[in-house]
Design a protein around this ligand. Structure first.
Ligand code: F6R
Ligand code: ZN
Length: 196
C-alpha cells in the first residue's frame, strides 16, 4: 500500500493566514465582475479594484476520492453599493459533495442555495461550525467591520462549478440596512425558472 503521509498545517489565529500554505489565491473586485447587484457601483469601484479575499490552501493533497482538502478564507469588510463584500460562490462540480466551514474570526453569513433557488443563510463567526450539505451552492458574506475568517474542509474531488453562479447568481443578496444586514431579492437573479 502506498500510504499518504499524515501532516499538520498551522493557521495563524491572529489573521487567518497559513504561513506555510502551498497556494494562496487572491480575488479582487474584477474577479467578481457582474456578481454585485448594483452594476453602477461595481463599475465605479473597478478602477480601484479592491482585494476582496484570500484563500490559503493548507497542503498539497491528492484531489482524489477519499482525501479531504482544507483552506482558510480571509474575506475583507466593505460594500459595493449597499451590498457587502462576498466570495464568488459556487456549487461543487461533483454536486453531491458536502463541506464544513468553521468560523475563526469576524462576522458574516454563509448563504446557501438549492439549484431551484431556495435560500438558507447561516451565521458565521468564531466558533460557528456550518454544514453545507450536498447540492447546495454556497457563498460567504462579510457583514462586519473586521475580516471574516474561516476554515473550510471539503472532499478533495468536490471541484468547483462557478459557471452556474456567474450565469444565474443567488436568488437573494445581503445589503446594509438601518437595523443591520438584511436579505433582499437579487434583481440580477436569472435562475430557478426566472429566465424569460
Ligand atoms: C471550497 C470552498 C471554500 C471557497 C473559498 C472562496 O469548496 O467552498 O474554500 O472556495 O471560501 O470562495 P469561492 O471559491 O466561491 O471564490
Ligand atoms: Zn465549496
Amino acid at each position: 500500500m502506498n500510504y499518504f503521509e499524515p501532516l499538520t498545517a498551522f493557521v495563524d489565529l491572529t489573521d487567518g493566514t497559513i504561513p506555510e500554505a502551498t497556494a494562496v489565491q487572491r480575488r479582487r473586485l474584477v474577479d467578481l465582475k457582474g456578481l454585485f447587484a448594483d452594476s453602477q457601483a461595481e463599475t465605479a469601484r473597478l478602477g480601484e479594484n479592491p482585494l476582496l479575499y484570500e484563500v490559503h490552501e493548507a497542503a498539497e493533497i491528492p484531489k482524489k476520492d477519499g482525501h479531504q482538502l482544507f483552506s482558510t478564507t480571509i474575506l475583507r469588510p466593505g460594500t459595493v453599493g449597499d451590498e457587502y463584500f462576498m466570495t464568488k460562490g459556487h456549487y461543487h462540480a461533483r454536486s453531491d459533495r458536502s463541506e464544513l466551514y468553521y468560523g475563526l474570526a469576524g462576522e458574516g453569513l454563509l448563504l446557501m442555495q438549492t439549484p431551484e433557488g431556495r435560500i438558507n443563510a447561516q451565521p458565521m463567526r468564531a466558533g460557528a461550525a456550518c454544514y453545507v450539505p450536498p447540492y447546495w451552492g454556497h457563498r460567504s458574506i462579510n457583514t462586519g467591520l473586521e475580516n471574516l475568517v474561516f476554515l473550510a474542509v471539503y472532499p478533495a474531488d468536490a471541484g468547483y462549478d462557478y459557471g452556474t453562479i456567474a450565469e444565474e447568481g443567488f436568488a437573494q443578496i445581503v445589503v446594509t440596512g438601518p437595523e443591520g444586514p438584511r436579505l433582499v431579492p437579487n434583481p440580477r437573479y436569472r435562475g430557478g425558472g426566472s429566465r424569460a
